[in-house]
Design a protein around this ligand. Sequence first.
Ligand code: 5GP
Length: 201
Amino acid sequence: MKQGLFIVVSAPSGAGKSSICRKMLAVCPSIKFSISFTSRPPRPKEINGKDYYFISREDFRKRIKRGEFIEWVENYGHFYGTPWKTMEKYFQKGKDLLLDVEPRGAKKIKRKFKGGVFVFVLPPSRKELLKRLKKRGHESEPIIQARLAQAERELKEISWYDYIIFNKDLEKAVDQLRSIYIAEKCKMSGLRGEVKKFIKK
Ligand code: 5GP
């Protein structure tokens, strides 16, 4: 069975990654979202089974013990993890996947699977990043500061990513991510089988 393609998107908090991913899924119905598990409580408008599977810390720990995650991290006091099941159900059956995962998890995925494309989304500037973090509203000052410190740590990981998107304009950023997807689907490495068949005929 031919494997699919998966795109891992990482970004510092406030770079606009969630909006880009949401729009990307709307314009590319052939790509499915890998829904992570988290012990963080849902934010307003977040839906269980769509944005995340929201579970308790105890449940998360049990799933870690059962080996249900490809990778998991503790971030801002909450657990986040990518389930094996999604990779098995989609990517390993030839379907394409979009994953929204921070750099530590992304690195683990890169080590475990071939066929991944790693994209890092950046805000237009550091000044803009701080502005966006503050605008989020539902976060307290210590959380904003923690997210900012985390953003600095995450920026150090940027060099091993395949693509960078500067999110100055949402439409343009989605266009860029879609273009990356389309170009990756046209790569010779993924189409060798089909090309061989074509030539034989
Ligand atoms: P948020 O709480 O804002 O939804 O997400 C916080 C961070 O967790 C984001 O950087 C997001 O990419 C990351 N994240 C979401 N799901 C996963 C996951 O399954 N694994 C890892 N390692 N990070 C995740």
